[in-house]
Design a protein around this ligand. Structure first.
Ligand code: BG6
Length: 498
């Protein structure tokens, strides 16, 4: 425990040798001593008697004996109990507290704090953000045709699916109605766009890998599941782009909470994922769903995850819990990195369309591509990657992704697919994955990936007017019409070329 500051000699050692620690603060912010005591007691498994007025009582209450320090009889009884406690109980109580102290590190606290601070900024910005104009479809199509390397990033839920209010065409089967299904009118236009050599499509969704596989497996495009934590081209295998330190220990313990709310809210739906859990009540009675959501949020804020490194994200008709650091915007640079690794880039991406019914938390994906800071005084949240490339007020130079930022690690999750080595992919005849030689030469340099002019960037929120996207569309029906227009323009473009 000697950290060089003399703490151990000044008194820290006593904490390690004691059988019992008695903390009787009448008022206390946190009480660091109780944490230090637990940290020093791995050998002795000493008992902590803790004032219920100390902040630490909220996190160490499970293993400590909690007392009201004004109640002398209670304190005396606790001392007696602690001194006579069986080894077994001491060990059990110590284990609970030791786990808490060693897993709730300053690093984790700082990450959660910064992330919540960012959320507050985004929320405040959204409140003062002007209502966005409707996507100028003709102009977006015109610009699309004028560019040579186009990237389309499409959300899935409520973007490429049928509107919730579309009268029941699914035969009244509740379970089937709640399944996420690609809008039937999109199959043809999407296939046309996917087959266009100048266009790359990424479906970026919170949904699980199997759901994206079922809906998009037949198309020639990229799938980014679970808010971009997993990625694959439909001709390749899933890989993970998850940050190394993501803590997912909380997932199993929370599932029963979500199941409970699913069971007591008819037509609501719980989707367990690997990096998040989502309960959606968009098909349920709205008022009842809202009340249930409120209950759930309260339960979550006081329950088992109140100290875990997770975020509770409230949607208009959903509640989601995800690991800190899981957002679409934080994943997008890793996704881009993989895409440009996988096929030789002949020219930088010069057109980006990013469209989705994204939660506020995920709107960071819109700002990632913002070529210029907006002229009004609304400052946008930018991802780390962008911050390193652009100073406030500066026009961003073409995006350079270094291979290390873009790199991902092989997945050991889900279907057990491992990321193939370039050679393996070659054996499969996968022309979306460059040869080992190409990759090697790319890794020696950084290269310009994005050269995006303001007029060629179209970010668009679906069904949300206050957004950090530049434009909005009313519903997925409008998205369908727009994508049909883009597909028609691609068909006439290829006819002209012939
Ligand atoms: O991530 P997707 O599939 O584009 O869906 C966007 C959002 O759609 C909302 O309707 C859901 O309530 C959210 O949970 C989801 O994240």
């Amino acid at each position: 425990m000697d950290d060089g500051s003399g703490w151990w000699n000044r008194g820290g050692a006593r904490l390690g040798f004691s059988d019992v620690a008695l903390v009787t603060s009448l008022r206390d912010g946190m009480n660091l001593v109780s944490y230090e005591f637990v940290a020093c007691q791995d050998a002795k498994k000493g008992v902590l008697i803790l004032s219920e007025f100390a902040g630490a009582a909220q996190s160490l209450g499970a293993g400590a004996l909690l007392v009201n320090p004004w109640n002398i009889t209670e304190v005396a009884a606790a001392i007696g109990k602690a001194l006579n406690m069986s080894d077994e109980e001491r060990e059990k109580r110590h284990k609970l507290n030791f786990k808490h102290v060693t897993t709730h590190t300053a690093q984790q606290w700082a990450e959660t704090f910064v992330s919540e601070l960012n959320d507050t900024v985004v929320e405040a910005q959204l409140r003062i953000t002007q209502i966005r104009p409707v996507l100028p479809v003709d102009y977006a199509v015109e610009q699309f045709l004028s560019c040579g390397n186009r990237l389309l990033i499409l959300g899935f839920n409520a973007t490429l699916t049928e509107s919730v209010d579309t009268p029941g065409t699914r035969g009244g089967d509740q379970i089937k109605e709640m399944d996420l299904k690609l809008h039937p009118e999109l199959k043809v236009p999407l296939a046309t766009l996917c087959n266009d050599p100048k266009t790359t499509i990424v479906v970026l969704s919170g949904s699980r890998r199997d759901i994206l596989d079922d809906n998009f497996g037949e198309f020639d495009l990229w799938l980014a599941a679970e808010h971009g934590m997993f990625l694959r081209h439909t001709r390749g295998h899933w890989m993970t782009t998850m940050p190394e330190h993501l803590n997912l220990d909380w997932v199993p313990s929370l599932k029963h909470v979500f199941e409970y709310f699913q069971d007591r809210t008819p037509r609501s739906h719980f989707e367990p994922r690997e990096t998040s859990l989502v309960w959606n009540y968009k098909y349920a009675d709205f008022e009842f769903g809202r009340l249930q959501a409120r209950d759930m949020l309260q339960h979550l804020s006081t329950g088992p995850i109140s100290n875990a490194s997770v975020e509770v994200v409230q949607g208009s008709r959903s509640v989601e819990v995800r690991a800190v650091g899981v957002t679409k915007g934080s994943a997008i640079d890793r996704i881009l990195g993989e895409i440009v690794h996988s096929k030789p880039l002949t020219s930088p991406i010069d057109y980006v369309l990013c469209i989705g019914h994204f939660l506020e938390k995920d709107e960071d994906v819109y700002t990632f591509f913002e070529p210029e800071l907006p002229s009004d005084n609304v400052s946008y949240q930018r991802t780390k990657a962008v911050d390193t490339m652009k100073l406030p007020g500066e026009r961003r130079p073409p995006l350079k992704l270094s291979p290390s930022r873009g790199g991902s690690k092989a997945s050991s999750h889900g279907k057990g697919h491992q990321r193939s080595s370039p050679n393996h992919e070659k054996r499969q005849g996968n022309n979306h994955n460059g040869s080992a030689q190409q990759r090697q030469s790319l890794e020696k340099t950084s290269w310009s990936v994005l050269d995006l002019k303001k007029e060629n960037y179209f970010s668009c929120a679906v069904g949300r007017t206050r957004t950090s996207a530049r434009y909005m569309l009313g519903s997925s029906d409008d998205v369908v019409s727009f994508l049909k227009r883009l597909a028609e323009s691609v068909s006439s473009e290829s006819l002209t070329v012939q």
